[in-house]
Design a binder for this molecule. Structure first.
Ligand code: PRX
Length: 652
């Protein structure tokens, strides 16, 4: 975790470039200057309850008013207790009530080029029908609905229909394997599964229903499966269990009033990697989450009514939840949603979409930006990107040079970049430039949003000095914070609240510079970030070891130009010699166990995996080795790390 004895992390990054917002941008911005930001930040910090009370009253619809703003009993935090509201109502009905029913909510384009647009009225119609479909299958308040679907408007409709009736959705990224779906379904006791006959990815059909069929064999709690027809792909339909989406919705009524729900009712769970390999269902609730998603969307994206906003994430991740569905819709935005790959039919697809729909705000991931850099400027030069006024990034740190490229090539030098730091657990953005107010520094997420009180401490829990890295914690509750890990309160306490008393432990390291800017330095633990997706080493290792010829496995991340990190695994074999054939077989095995995301780029065979005396794998050593020898070279070489391990000493 740390290179020095004090537990602090050395700062090795020097970045002095500063980009103040253009005066023309600041004039029209929601928050116009550093002074405005600082005043708001200080006001919220001094009296958070007064601030959030007023915001909750003005920004959300209440079926019943709340009795208290914030109640805190140890790690049990309740926002707006006693009140009743509904996220779906706030995202749709409230905008219709305000006269925006005919405004476009979702402009969608499929990978093959087909398009659909849904106004707020049309979205209301579709969501109500589908909510009635769910009710018709016996889904009620507190039941879990598992969603494994393509990025079509129906995934948003499904999520909104769940929260409309108080059902809890668990969206599983449509690239995960049957095993991963079954694990999550079982952990959540999911009652209904939603999927599709397939999805389009780089011109090919990915048969989702087949994967779901395998998952449902091992998901005994799932009673029904609803299948959307997206690609006209044949699929087996099990009588009594499986139903076509269009059959059920064609008969459903569109009259479905939103259920008034407790502020603290669970709205959704979203699984994320943990260090033990068991998937961790992050639990979010209703009023606080809704308010946080909406406010942060308005602040960070400086949203204005004529914007066309595009977040390129997938609804399978938290970014899709908060900044495709709940934040933008609660704010009454018009958004673009795209189904497919950025390089289909060619590497200019994103820029084609920006030009075609006159996108003004683009929110994407550093891994995508690195791919664009690699694919070459000729794909960008073909298109008119002058509609863009603001750019954002999320998911991992962005290298300053990539930031500069994004700023100049995509933003034409005129668009501020919001580098947004946050997590599945935080529900919404925690640190980010406010684009009209805070000058940016490439690679820094700059400042905490109002209501966020960060603290950086070393291993002895002492605050670190300026420019020294340490563990990033959040010292005060905020409305969007996670409320638990589904079915595992002990783990919730242990993982987030026990290391630094009274503070939420983010699991990231960070440093504060001379100007009070924050720089995220990566995970404290060993999670590997492939293309912006967090995978835990232990999940990859466990999948490997489940192969009969694998005795032991250590997985680490190594730098990768496009993906950010690639997975390198070190394996000791049993009953078989090292060969290309076994390497290929292991890759296939991981693909089956976890999904394509987790397939290692490097598989190296070794006599023994180096360990500390207490039995922990020496990942730091392996990381150095994985990074230093990019070409894996001879596949049959068995490496012996024992000498190296002895040289480095134990790392307990
Ligand atoms: O390590 C941080 C990194 O991604 C982690 C959260 O991952 P996840 O829960 O999957 O959510 C991703 C979308 C919010 C963080 O703990 N991370 C995310 N954004 C940034 C980042 N690291 C550096 N800079 C960022 N802007």
């Amino acid at each position: 975790m740390s290179d020095s004895n004090s537990g602090q992390i050395d700062n090795v990054m020097q970045e002095d470039r500063l980009f103040p917002p253009a005066a023309s941008f600041s004039e029209k911005a929601v928050i116009k200057s550093m002074d405005d930001y600082q005043q708001l930040y200080d006001r919220v910090k001094a009296d958070p309850e007064a601030y959030w009370e007023a915001e909750a009253k003005s920004e959300l619809h209440w079926f019943e008013p709340f009795d208290s703003v914030l109640q805190k009993d140890g790690i049990d935090v309740r926002w707006f207790d006693g009140g009743k509201t509904n996220i779906c109502y706030n995202c749709i009905d409230r905008n219709i009530d305000a006269g925006h029913g005919d405004q476009d909510a979702i402009i969608w384009e499929g990978e093959p080029g087909d398009t659909r647009t849904l106004t707020y009225n049309q979205l209301h119609h579709e969501v109500c029908k589908f909510a009635n479909v769910l009710k018709g299958l016996g889904v009620g308040q507190g039941d879990v609905v598992s969603i494994y679907m393509p990025m079509t408007p129906e995934i948003a409709i499904a999520m909104l229909a769940c929260v409309r009736i108080g059902a809890i959705h668990s969206v599983i990224f449509a690239g995960f394997s049957a095993e991963a779906i079954a694990d999550r379904n079982n952990d959540a006791s999911a009652k209904v599964q939603l999927t599709a006959d397939g999805l389009w990815r780089r011109g090919k059909i990915i048969p989702l229903k087949q994967t779901v069929d395998a998952a449902l064999e091992k998901s005994p709690t799932v009673e029904h499966c609803i299948v959307l027809k997206r690609v006209e792909n044949d699929c087996d339909m099990t009588n009594g269990r499986d139903h076509w989406w269009h059959d059920l919705t064609s008969e459903a009524s569109d009259d479905c009033p939103a259920t008034p729900l407790d502020s603290e009712a669970t709205s959704f769970i979203l699984y994320t990697s943990g260090s033990t390999g068991k998937p961790k269902g992050i639990r979010h609730t209703t009023a606080g989450y809704n308010l946080w998603a909406k406010k942060t969307f308005q602040w960070v994206f400086d949203w204005r009514p004529d914007d066309i906003y595009w977040c390129t994430a997938d609804c399978g991740w938290i970014t899709g939840h908060s900044y495709i569905v709940y934040g933008p819709l609660a704010a009454g935005a018009t958004m673009l949603m795209y189904e497919g790959a950025p390089n289909f039919p060619a590497e200019d697809r994103f820029w084609d979409l920006v030009e075609k729909y006159k996108v003004s705000i683009l929110y994407t991931a550093p891994t995508a930006i690195r791919a664009f850099v690699k694919w070459g400027d000729q794909h960008i030069d073909k298109h008119d990107l002058s509609s863009l006024r603001l750019l954002g990034t999320v998911g991992e740190g962005i290298n300053p040079d990539t930031w500069i490229w994004y700023h100049e090539k995509i933003g034409g030098g005129r668009c501020p970049i919001v580098d947004t730091w946050w997590q599945t657990e935080t529900g919404g953005i925690m640190m980010s430039p406010l684009p009209g107010a805070i000058p940016t520094k490439p690679g820094s997420c700059t400042k905490p949003l109002p209501g966020v009180v960060p603290k950086i401490v070393d291993e002895s829990l002492e605050p670190v000095g300026v420019n020294q890295g340490g563990m990033l914690c959040i010292a005060e509750p905020w409305p969007g914070m996670l409320r638990g890990i589904w079915g595992d309160e002990e783990r919730f306490k242990e993982q987030y609240w026990s290391t630094v008393p009274g503070c939420y432990l983010t699991g990231d390291n960070a440093r504060l510079d001379d100007d009070g800017y924050y720089w995220i330095m990566g995970r404290i633990d060993d999670v590997i970030n492939v293309s912006g997706h967090r995978l835990s080493t232990i999940e990859v290792e466990s999948a490997m070891v489940s192969h009969p010829n694998v005795a032991e496995c250590a997985a680490v991340g190594r730098p990768h130009d496009i993906k950010g990190q690639a997975i390198a695994v070190f394996i000791t074999l049993k009953d078989v010699e090292a060969s290309d054939a076994i390497r290929d077989e292991l890759k296939l095995h991981v693909r089956k166990e976890i999904g394509a995301l987790a397939v290692p780029d490097d598989i190296r065979f070794c006599e023994a995996v180096p360990k500390t005396r207490s039995g922990k794998i020496m990942r730091r050593l392996l990381r150095d080795i994985a990074a230093g020898r990019e070409a894996a070279g001879d596949t049959s070489t068995l490496e012996d790390f024992s000498v190296l391990a002895k040289l480095r000493g134990d790392e307990d």
